[in-house]
Design a protein around this ligand. Structure first.
Ligand code: COA
Ligand code: MG
Length: 289
């Protein structure tokens, strides 16, 4: 999972286009990109789209429902769960408890649909509220369905009353940098993927490439997209290079051939256990994507 493309759930045209975008995951949106008057229409369109594309391997099809405090989440799940999405994206999560609550709701839907409990995966956006941002350590053991955590700046800026999320040089200001860092740490603690947030200037490929490179450097393994043109840029950065894969395999092989050793030398460089763990994560990502 490298790229996750948001598609407004009430747009049949964009949903179709999303299928051939090259994204690893489509995030069929019932939340912020759909107006209150269009929620019902979006639920029906999303369910039909899921039914028409059932069994589809790539992109995987997730639905972003409205948050658990909105009063809309249950109607969203009622509409889309019978059509068996691969997963649900939970926005404005306040803590691991919200993921546990969502998981309990999914148990009921899975029982109705006669599919195995736990089939539906969960992604969550964890920094869209102040409380959520302060609770990013609460996701370990929230649910075995949870596969990734992402962050958001725009909703958080609205709740804290910030006039901007970036300074005049384009750098995120402190609260948003904190939210970003806490997401990396929260995802690592929960042993799930850290997914970088959207880059909203969808015509600025150079800016997107720069932000992807920084995200990949810092520990994110995927990024949210809002436009199909962003997908190839994201996939290029988050696909480990042949060199990186070769190097990681070399480290794994060296430790495997000398299992009692805590530290080894390759080409004049020292590698110890944290390097082995990093190499194993990278190979795991290659196998998983
Ligand atoms: N998914 C699939 N297709 C998309 C798309 C998306 N997210 N965004 C644009 N497209 C399609 C357009 O329909 C258009 O198709 P066409 O060539 O067949 O007419 C093509 O890609 C080019 O789009 P473009 O004209 O550059 O953009 P636009 O003005 O139509 O749309 C946005 C701009 C921002 C409204 C649109 O990209 C969008 O809806 N993004 C997702 C927003 C969202 O879900 N936000 C919630 C999360 S923050
Ligand atoms: Mg939002």
């Amino acid at each position: 999972m490298r790229s996750l493309l948001f598609v407004p759930g009430d747009s049949e045209k964009k949903l179709e286009k999303g299928l051939t975008s090259g994204a690893d995951v489509l995030l069929i949106d019932l939340e912020d990109s759909v107006s209150a008057e269009r929620k019902d229409a979006a639920r029906q369109i999303a369910a039909e789209f899921l039914r028409a594309n059932q069994g589809q391997k790539s992109p995987r099809l997730f639905v972003r429902i409205n948050d658990l405090a909105s009063g809309l989440a249950d109607a969203d799940l009622d509409a889309v769960m019978p059509a068996l999405p691969h997963g649900i994206l939970l926005p404005k999560s306040n803590s691991g408890k919200d993921v546990t609550r969502l998981s309990a709701k999914l148990n009921v839907h899975e029982a109705h649909a006669d599919v195995a409990e736990g089939t539906t995966q969960i992604l969550a956006i964890i920094t869209e509220t102040a409380l959520g941002t302060l609770s990013t350590a609460t996701y370990p053991d929230a649910s075995s369905r949870l596969i990734g955590l992402s962050w958001g700046a725009e909703d958080l800026s609205a709740v804290i009353g910030a006039r901007a999320v970036r300074d005049e040089t384009g750098r995120y200001t402190d609260v948003f940098r904190l939210a970003r860092a806490l997401t990396i740490l929260g995802a690592s603690a929960a042993d799930v993927a850290a997914i970088d947030t959207v880059y909203i200037n969808y015509k600025d490929d150079a800016g997107l490439a720069r932000e992807c490179a920084e995200a990949e450097r810092d520990g994110f393994t995927a990024k949210l997209a809002i436009h199909p043109a962003q997908v190839p840029v994201i996939n290029a950065v988050f696909t480990p290079s042949a060199d990186a894969v070769h190097h990681a395999q070399k480290i794994i092989d060296a430790f495997a051939s000398d299992p009692s050793s805590g530290v080894i030398g390759i080409d004049g460089q020292m590698f110890d256990r944290p390097h082995l763990r990093r190499a194993e994560r990278l190979i795991g990502r290659v196998r998983g994507s």
